[in-house]
Design a binder for this molecule. Structure first.
Ligand SMILES: C/C=C/C(=O)SCCNC(=O)CCNC(=O)[C@H](O)C(C)(C)COP(=O)(O)OP(=O)(O)OC[C@H]1O[C@@H](n2cnc3c(N)ncnc32)[C@H](O)[C@@H]1OP(=O)(O)O
Length: 257
């Protein structure tokens, strides 16, 4: 099995599992990852997804170079489309995704992490977009998402040089939210996931959708969207429960409706 899905109550751990190739993504693994993300998107009980790589060396060491080397342009296009579909499915998933980056996140691995809502790194994490060193530009969204996550000048430097960034530099440039010792990474990712999952699940989903909508469509459209989801929330039981719980000085019992 190249992608493992473990449901842990309201959070789910998805592990890319191809350790003999440092979790590099071939077509079969990409398809398995896409299927997992699409399946989880239909599950209302899942509030947050944590995505990581098997073993202690890599998150995902990129697309599988041994598969790519002999591709025709048409096959390369199909491979880029598949990678884009995975990243878009993560980005458009109703639940927030937390990337727990436990080693190499190179090329396509960095691009998958960039599609996640939040990135946490172990002290061993290494990020890069080394495509240009292989004679290709990024193909799974790195040229678009990296400059939207880190300052554009930094993104350009990293994209044009393929230079590696260690965990501390990743933290400094805003590529990751936090850095933890490797043996604490998953525990910390679960803590963050549980903290998100304790909130109104519909409210978190609406917030994710609003953030993405505004970042993609611009401020005015984003504000319009925000007004609509804000008003929509007042049709839900969670809104009444959250506010009554505050007024009654108790913890809310959200039901996701
Ligand atoms: C659209 C998307 C495009 C892309 O993603 S382009 C690809 C971007 N990624 C890369 O360029 C990274 C390629 N890998 C490396 O540079 C190195 O690996 C590492 C720095 C990550 C680790 O180096 P070390 O510690 O010396 O390990 P090792 O012996 O190179 O790797 C263990 C096994 O894993 C295979 N492997 C690693 N990354 C990939 C990959 N991206 N595609 C295919 N295989 C990969 C190796 O070949 C090897 O296998 P074996 O033991 O049979 O020689």
């Amino acid at each position: 099995m190249s992608v493992r899905v473990e449901r842990e109550g309201a959070i789910t751990l998805v592990t890319v599992e191809r350790p003999e190739r440092l979790n590099a993504l071939d077509t079969a693994t990409l398809r398995a990852l896409l299927a997992a993300v699409q399946e989880l998107a239909t599950e209302e009980a899942i509030a947050v997804v944590v995505l990581t790589g098997a073993g202690d060396r890599a998150f995902i060491a990129g697309a599988d170079i041994s598969e790519m080397v002999e591709k025709s342009p048409a096959e390369a296009l199909a491979f880029a489309e598949l990678g884009h579909a995975v990243c878009r499915a993560i980005e458009e998933a109703p639940q927030p995704y937390i990337a727990a980056v436990n080693g190499y996140a190179l090329g396509g691995g960095c691009e998958i992490a960039l599609a996640c809502d939040i990135r946490l790194a172990s002290e061993r994490a290494v990020f890069a977009q080394p495509e240009v060193t292989l004679g290709i530009p990024p193909g799974w969204g790195g040229s678009q998402r990296l400059p939207r996550v880190v300052p554009p000048g930094i993104a350009r430097e990293l994209l044009y040089t393929g230079r590696r960034v260690d965990a501390q530099e990743a933290l400094r440039i805003g590529l990751v939210n936090a850095v933890y010792p490797a043996d604490q990474l998953l525990e910390r990712a679960r803590e963050l996931a549980n903290r998100i999952a304790a909130n109104g699940p519909l409210a978190v989903r609406l917030t994710k959708a609003a953030v993405r909508f505004g970042l993609e469509q611009g401020l005015e459209a984003g504000l319009t969207y925000e007004r609509q989801v804000f008003a929509y929330a007042f049709t839900t039981e969670d809104q009444r429960e959250g506010m009554r719980a505050f007024l009654e000085k108790r913890r809310p019992a959200f039901r996701g409706r």
